[in-house]
Design a protein around this ligand. Sequence first.
Ligand SMILES: NC(=O)c1ccc[n+]([C@@H]2O[C@H](COP(=O)([O-])OP(=O)(O)OC[C@H]3O[C@@H](n4cnc5c(N)ncnc54)[C@H](O)[C@@H]3O)[C@@H](O)[C@H]2O)c1
Length: 121
Amino acid sequence: MNLSNLRKIAVVGAGTMGAGIAQACAAAGFQVAMRDIEQQLVDGGFRRIREPLAKRVERGKMSQAEVDAILSRVRGVVALKEAVDGAQLVIEAVFEKMEIKKELYAELERLCPSDVVFASM
Ligand SMILES: NC(=O)c1ccc[n+]([C@@H]2O[C@H](COP(=O)([O-])OP(=O)(O)OC[C@H]3O[C@@H](n4cnc5c(N)ncnc54)[C@H](O)[C@@H]3O)[C@@H](O)[C@H]2O)c1
C-alpha cells in the first residue's frame, strides 16, 4: 500500500483496542470510521476516546482545539458498508472469536475492492 494514498481508515470494533486505534489514527490526521454492531457500542467507543483526551486537556498536555480536531476526524457508524466505503485500510478489532472474525472477513471481502489492506488485532 502506498501510504501517501491513505486518507480513510475503517476501524471495525469500538472496544478497548478499536477505540484506541481510532484515536491514534485520527490524531495522526486520518479520517476514521469507527464501526460497532450497535449504536450504544459505538457511543461507548467515543467515551473511550473522549475520556483520556479530556484528562490530557485538564493536565495542560493538549488543547481543547486539538481534541476537537481529533474527534472531528472520527465518525461512528453501525453499517459495515458505510464504514468501509472509500477506506484504503481496514483495521479489525472485534472479539477474539474465530467464528465472528471469519464471518466479518467474508463480509469485508464482499464489500472492499481488492487493493484495500486488512489488518487484524
Ligand atoms: N485489549 C487488549 O489489550 C488487546 C491486546 C492485543 C490484541 N487484542 C485483540 O484485539 C481484539 C479486540 O480486543 P478488545 O480488547 O478491544 O475487545 P473488546 O471486547 O473491548 O471490544 C471488541 C468489540 O468488538 C465489537 N464487535 C464484535 N463483533 C463485531 C463486528 N462484527 N463488527 C464490529 N464490531 C464488532 C464488540 O461489540 C466490542 O465492542 C481481540 O481480537 C483481542 O484479542 C486485545
